[in-house]
Design a protein around this ligand. Structure first.
Ligand code: CUA
Length: 342
């Protein structure tokens, strides 16, 4: 075997090993029941996502039609003009066919024009004002590596889990506290960058209740992939109950609140109704009601929360939350306090 074939055979082995490893990991993930978020761009649950899918479907059918015509002509030419037994002469060489050249210039131009109409219309529509004259205004601020959601009309702030009512347009104003992030919840619409020092707008009107997975879609540092979020689209009664609970949060147990203050947590975190008013980290009001912690990485359980408090960096690499060297007693007190706020 020469050097080139040896090299080729080695790279084929590597490729095969990678494929097998991929297959085994998929089976392992499925077998362990690890929750893999659903990234469904093909099942829109808002007007914005529907609009994108409509343009995509238009494009898909144009492309499918072009594929069928081109392949049919190709196959026809291959069979009709293939070399047959006894053919010994070079076929007649043709150069230039004006009608055909004009045709294959005009036809693609016309197709591009028909694709451009819905695309440009969609771009203008989605960058225009929201369709609802009274949208729910929400300010979204990206941080390394979590999401801040402010509800200015309702007067509270939350993090990583956005709640919106079904059927009412949510009008988001997006900015960043540090580097560029990108807001992306595939089932609710397209991506929008969060740039430090300027504001972007995005709106969508959710059409179905349910949970939607979101993810930062702009490489923003070590834990970019761990910058996740959930959007809960609530029916109007659940949304009213949730916002009432956020406006008048459960009175937290005062011993727990004291541990929170003296352990240093309050330097970064706020909890409405307590002395904790730090602004650097996520607002933790009603933390016990959240489904996840560490920006959507883990289910919100006492075990996961203690692991996170014990060593944030081991859960989320380079997390800006410091390891406060809390002893087990303090960790237990904090877990009871935080999980009890609901
Ligand atoms: Cu924020 Cu990637």
């Amino acid at each position: 075997m020469d050097a080139v074939s040896r090299e080729r055979s080695r790279s084929q082995d590597t490729l095969l090993a990678a494929l097998l490893l991929g297959l085994v990991s998929c089976l392992a993930v499925a077998g362990c029941g690890v929750q893999v978020p659903a990234w469904r761009t093909l099942s829109p649950d808002s007007d914005f996502a529907r609009l994108i899918l409509d343009v995509y479907e238009d494009l898909f059918w144009w492309c499918a039609g072009i594929f069928v015509v081109v392949e049919a002509l190709l196959l026809y030419a291959l069979f009709r003009y293939r070399r047959r037994e006894g053919d010994s002469e070079v076929p007649n060489q043709v150069h230039g066919f004006t009608a055909l050249e004009i045709g294959w210039t005009l036809l693609p131009a016309a197709i591009l024009f028909f694709i451009a109409i819905p695309t440009v219309r969609g771009v203008f529509e989605i960058n225009g004002p929201p369709p609802d004259p009274d949208p729910l205004e929400i300010s979204v601020i990206g941080h390394q590596w979590w999401w801040e959601f402010q509800y200015p009309e309702l007067g509270f702030v939350t993090a990583n889990e956005l709640h919106v009512p079904v059927g009412r347009t949510a009008a988001l104003t997006l900015t960043s506290a540090d580097v560029i992030h990108s807001f992306w919840v595939p089932e609710l619409g397209g991506k929008r960058d969060l740039n430090p020092g300027s504001e972007n707008r995005l709106w969508f009107t959710p059409s179905e209740t349910g949970v939607h997975y979101g993810q930062c879609a702009e490489l923003c540092g070590t834990s970019h992939a761990n910058m996740r979020m959930r959007v809960f689209v609530d029916d109007s009664a659940s949304f009213a109950a949730w916002s009432a609970s956020m406006s008048a949060p459960a009175t937290a147990d005062s011993a727990g609140a004291m541990t929170f203050l003296i352990s240093g947590c309050a330097a970064c975190h706020s909890i409405a109704g307590t002395l904790a008013q730090g602004k650097v980290g996520p607002d933790l009001t009603n933390f016990g009601r959240r489904a996840t912690l560490a920006a959507g990485m883990l289910a919100n359980t006492p075990e996961n929360l203690s692991g996170w408090l014990r060593n944030p960096d081991s859960v989320k690499p380079r997390a800006l939350m410091p390891d406060l060297n809390l002893d087990e007693q303090r960790i237990d007190d904090l877990v009871r306090f935080l999980e009890g706020m609901k």
